[in-house]
Write a protein that binds this ligand. Structure first.
Ligand code: PMP
Length: 330
């Protein structure tokens, strides 16, 4: 398709790239799906478009309506852009502790922001519950509900998984990624298993999340912590429920950062959740042995994290290793 008919059709159909360092280190072929090339800059554009189009089809969202969601990050950016393209209003609820850059980005894209104090999920003032209430109180509004709205993972069953299968001509041995909502892992997992039961699906969990223990021994239990944004889940969301997980790894931020800065030397600038995904793919490659082809997700660009992952002062303050080329600038 040389000329795309409209901007929304820029979402999806992202390329797969061979990650040379991780591939050569393991004797496997480790491929990254370049979701950072999407118009909103992340994998969440897929879920945003699918949630909106599903609601249009069911009548839950009518012309001139309002989309409401509790998120500070990539889903909000995706929803704001899809809403612009389709003529809806967007209200994003986020905690007042989120970075200035995120607030500025969402405002620049035309979203209206509602700021709430950070609280536990059990508190009715939590940003997720606040967003649901605002949607209930706003006429002609849709609560996107990315965690439990299955249109999210359907976008990955129909889109991401089908693309990976076609791009590899069905030669894919393993897939792994981390979980925020679980839409990507469950959707790609289900979509690939539909085509072949021989594909190994692995969860890559950061520290501070509870899913590694859940899939390893049936108990939701967290250990340690992570600074990675967009991933780290402590419950079985509707999107994750029924995901065909064969094996699981727990990956540290340090391991993820090694991949982030290693891949920079291949000319790729990715966020930490992508680095953690690649570290998980390396673990899966080592488990499966040389000669296998493993796919993972490059969720967003590192340029979204200049003040954190790529900032030597911030890294040092978090007790994380600072790469040499950045240490000079601290
Ligand atoms: N990485 C980043 C940077 C994200 O924003 C998200 C979405 N929260 C994910 C990974 C995880 O994707 P999913 O919600 O499909 O599990």
């Amino acid at each position: 398709m040389a000329i795309r008919p409209d901007t929304l059709s820029l979402i999806g159909n992202t390329p797969l790239v061979r990650l040379n360092g991780p591939s050569d280190a393991t004797g496997c072929e480790i491929l990254g799906k370049c979701e950072f090339m999407s118009p909103g800059g992340s994998v969440k554009d897929r879920a945003a478009r699918a949630i909106v189009e599903d609601a249009e089809a069911s009548g839950a969202l009518q012309p001139g309506g309002t989309i409401v969601e509790g998120t500070a990050g990539n889903t909000g950016i995706g929803l704001a852009l899809v809403a612009q393209a389709k003529g809806y209003r967007t209200i994003i609820v986020m905690t007042e502790t989120q970075s200035r850059e995120k607030m500025d980005t969402l405002r620049a894209l035309g979203a209206e922001l509602v700021l709430v104090p950070p609280t536990a999920y059990s508190n009715p003032a939590h940003y997720v519950h606040t967003s649901r209430r605002i949607a209930e109180e706003t006429p002609n509004a849709l609560w996107a509900n990315q965690f439990d709205n299955l249109a999210n993972r359907m976008a990955h069953i129909r889109g991401t998984a089908a693309e990976i299968w076609d791009q590899t001509e069905g030669r894919v041995d393993g897939f792994t990624c981390a979980v925020g909502t679980g839409g990507t892992l469950a959707g790609v997992g289900l979509g690939l298993k539909e085509r072949s039961q021989n594909v190994t699906i692995a969860l890559t969990d950061p520290y501070g999340a509870s899913l590694y223990e859940y899939y390893a021994c049936g108990e939701l239990r967290a250990e340690g912590s992570s600074v990675a944004e967009g991933i780290g889940q402590s419950r079985i969301t509707a999107n994750l429920d029924g995901a065909p997980i064969d094996t699981q790894f727990r990956v540290s931020d340090t391991e993820g950062l090694e991949q982030v800065f290693g891949l920079l030397r291949e000319g790729l600038c990715i966020g930490l959740s992508s680095g953690i995904n690649v570290a998980g793919a390396v673990r899966l490659a080592r488990m499966m042995g040389p000669g296998h082809r493993i796919v993972t997700i490059l969720c967003d660009s590192g340029m979204r994290y200049l003040s954190t992952t790529y900032n030597p002062v911030w890294l040092a303050a978090k007790g994380l290793p600072v790469p040499d080329y950045l240490a000079d600038r601290a």
